[in-house]
Design a protein around this ligand. Structure first.
Ligand SMILES: [Fe+2]
Length: 298
C-alpha cells in the first residue's frame, strides 16, 4: 500500500516561471539541481524536493510519485502489478538520482495518467518555508493531495483500489455541467497516512493532465496571506474561500502558471485509525463558500 504522495512532476515550457511562482506565491524553496536539463526542484519540507519542474514542449502535469515506505513494500507493489498483467517500467539509476530515490518504477492507469512509485528517499535536510509559513502539513502525510482526470472512471477507481491498495474516503457526485451531460463524480481515496484523501479521481478529462494539486498550511492567516499574494500576482482564483464537507479543508483555488489548478488550504481532516472510518457518499462538496468562477473558453 502507498505510504504517501512523495513528489509530483510537471513539465513547463519555462520551468523558471513555475519555480518563481512556487517561491514568491506559495513559499516553496529551491532544491538543488539534479540534472543538466534545466529541471527546477522545489522544496516544501525536509524532503529533498516535492515538485520537479522539467523543461518541455507543453505546460502540463506529468506524474505523481508515490512513496511506498520501504523496499519490501516497493517490491510487493511491483509483484502485484506484474501478477495483474500490468506493464511495469523500471527506472534507471540516473532517473532515480534525479528523483532523489533509491529506486522507482512506473505504470499507466486506465485513464492514461502516469504513476510512479518509489522507495528510499535521499537523506533529508532542514527547510524553512517562505512568507512566514511555519510548516507545510506534509511529513508522513505526503506533500498534499491531487485530483486526476479519470474519464475511464470505473476502471481507474478499480486500478488504485485493487492494485495499489488505496482506501475509499468519499464518493462525491455533483450535478452535470449542462443538461444532457453525465453527472460529475469525484472519488476520493486515502493512502496509509491520516490525510483524508491523497488522491481524487474526476470523471472528465483535463488538458493540463491534472484537476488540481493541493498544499496545506498550518493556519488560517497563512491561507489568507497566500490569497493576497495570488491576487497581487494577478492569478485567476477559480474557487473563493470555502470549507469542504468531506475533508473539512478551508481553502481557495486558483490557476498556477501553465493553467495548473492549485488549492491552498488549512485544517484538513486527519483520520488516525482508518479501520474505524466509514467511507461516505456525498452530493455536496462544501459546507460554505467555494464559489466557482471558471473563465469562459476563448
Ligand atoms: Fe482538493
Amino acid at each position: 500500500m502507498v505510504a504517501s504522495l512523495g513528489y509530483v512532476r510537471l513539465e513547463m515550457q519555462d520551468p523558471a516561471v513555475w519555480a518563481k511562482f512556487g517561491k514568491d506565491i506559495l513559499g516553496f524553496g529551491a532544491g538543488k539541481s539534479r540534472d543538466r536539463q534545466g529541471t527546477k526542484y522545489l522544496r516544501m519540507d525536509k524532503a529533498p524536493f516535492r515538485y520537479m519542474i522539467e523543461k518541455g514542449e507543453a505546460d502540463r502535469f506529468v506524474a505523481a510519485g508515490y512513496d511506498m515506505g520501504s523496499k519490501t513494500a516497493f517490491n510487493a507493489q511491483v509483484a502485484a502489478f506484474e501478477k495483474a498483467g500490468i506493464e511495469v517500467t523500471h527506472g534507471n539509476e540516473r532517473d532515480s538520482k534525479r528523483r532523489a530515490v533509491k529506486g522507482f518504477a512506473s505504470v499507466t492507469d486506465p485513464s492514461g495518467n502516469l504513476v510512479e512509485f518509489f522507495h528510499g528517499r535521499d537523506k533529508q535536510e532542514p527547510f524553512t518555508p517562505g512568507h512566514g509559513i511555519k510548516d507545510f502539513k506534509t511529513g508522513k502525510m505526503g506533500l498534499g493531495h491531487l485530483v486526476l482526470p479519470a474519464p475511464e472512471n470505473k476502471a481507474t477507481i478499480d486500478f488504485y483500489r485493487k492494485h495499489m491498495g488505496f482506501g475509499v474516503s468519499d464518493d462525491l457526485s455533483l450535478p452535470a455541467f449542462a443538461p444532457g451531460m453525465p453527472k460529475q463524480r469525484i472519488y476520493f481515496m486515502h493512502a496509509d497516512n491520516p490525510r483524508h484523501h491523497t488522491l481524487g479521481l474526476y470523471n472528465f478529462p483535463n488538458p493540463t493532465g491534472v484537476i488540481h494539486l493541493m498544499a496545506e498550511v498550518g493556519s488560517m492567516d497563512e491561507v489568507g496571506y497566500c490569497m493576497d499574494r495570488v491576487k497581487a500576482a494577478g492569478l485567476h482564483i477559480f474557487a473563493s474561500l470555502g470549507r469542504h464537507s468531506n475533508d473539512e479543508m478551508v481553502s481557495f483555488y486558483f490557476f498556477a502558471p501553465g493553467g495548473i489548478g492549485f488549492e491552498v488550504g488549512y485544517d484538513g481532516k486527519q483520520v488516525k485509525d482508518w479501520s474505524k472510518f466509514t467511507p461516505t457518499k456525498t452530493t455536496s462538496g462544501d459546507y460554505w463558500g467555494h464559489e466557482y468562477d471558471f473563465p469562459m473558453p476563448e
